[in-house]
Write a protein that binds this ligand. Structure first.
Ligand SMILES: [Zn+2]
Length: 269
């Protein structure tokens, strides 16, 4: 029997899937992927993710605002986010967080613009943490080149909501500081990359029950699809590498990661 896995992070509303969406879902089901969380990046994307969830039983949505788009967000996103979060298939807030990799200056813009972008990211992240606590939903966290600031910002919320650091790519030490808070991590196809040893070290250090699997589709396709469009079916390849690193069976990994996701995304049916 094919072991069952969930893709806990996929950008299914991306234009990349417009042409062959039904095939993408069929391939996922064929690979044993039974649930997919469609993760949003702004309000329009949140509405698209919810529409997909309404149409397809296996799809659920995370509603939220990505830090890379924070500069385009209204000053206060809380009222609309609360309304989106009330949807029965809205299972998380996100993705949300801080991203200092995509500030203006590393991309050739003016360094003078960076502090304003950082401030807006922090405000939009703060509002999402507040709504997560109010609604009882957990958060999907995006962190890039911003660990210290992000870790400081989540402290006041750490006992009132939970977050998953998605696409975890940090040190084992940082992994432990996240797990010590009671929060989780999730791993993408980078775990299969030749240069992904640091991710495999983090997988080895993360106990079963404290991490989930994801593709981050359409990005980060695992080997042997590296460089191509990623899709939820490829959780299978990710799970095979993770099972090797954990020295566990596919069935054990399936049971542990699905149970972790059921506990984290409480509205998953
Ligand atoms: Zn993402």
């Amino acid at each position: 029997m094919t072991p069952i896995f969930y893709d806990t992070h996929a950008h299914l509303d991306d234009d990349d899937y417009k042409a062959d969406f039904a095939d993408v879902l069929a391939r996922a089901q064929g690979a044993g992927i039974t649930k997919i969380i469609a993760v949003a990046t702004d309000f329009a994307s949140s509405r698209r993710a919810l529409a997909l969830a309404e149409k397809h039983e296996m799809i659920y949505a995370a509603v939220g605002w990505h830090p890379d788009n924070a500069h385009q967000a209204p000053a206060d996103i809380r009222a609309e986010l609360r309304a989106l979060a009330r949807h029965p298939k809205a299972v998380a807030i996100g993705e949300c967080g801080l991203d200092y990799y995509r500030l203006p200056s590393p991309q050739g813009g003016s360094p003078a613009a960076d502090p304003g972008y950082k401030r807006k990211q922090a405000e939009i992240f703060q509002q999402q943490l507040e709504v997560a606590c109010e609604t009882g939903l957990n958060c999907i966290i995006h962190q890039r080149s911003s660990f210290a600031d992000l870790f400081a910002q989540i402290q006041p919320f750490a006992q009132r909501t939970l977050g998953v650091f998605h696409c975890f790519g940090e040190s084992v030490e940082r992994l432990h500081s996240i797990l010590d808070l009671g929060w989780l991590v999730s791993f993408t196809g980078i775990v299969t990359f030749k240069n992904g040893q640091n991710i495999r070290d983090a997988v080895a250090a993360a106990p079963l029950g404290r991490f989930m699997l994801e593709t981050d589709s359409p990005y980060l396709a695992p080997v042997p699809y590296r460089g191509k469009r990623c899709e939820p079916a490829y959780v299978k390849e990710i799970s095979e590498t993770v099972a090797l690193v954990k020295q566990c069976s596919a069935a054990e990994l399936s049971a542990a990661t699905c149970k972790t996701a059921q506990n984290f995304f409480r509205k998953l049916a």
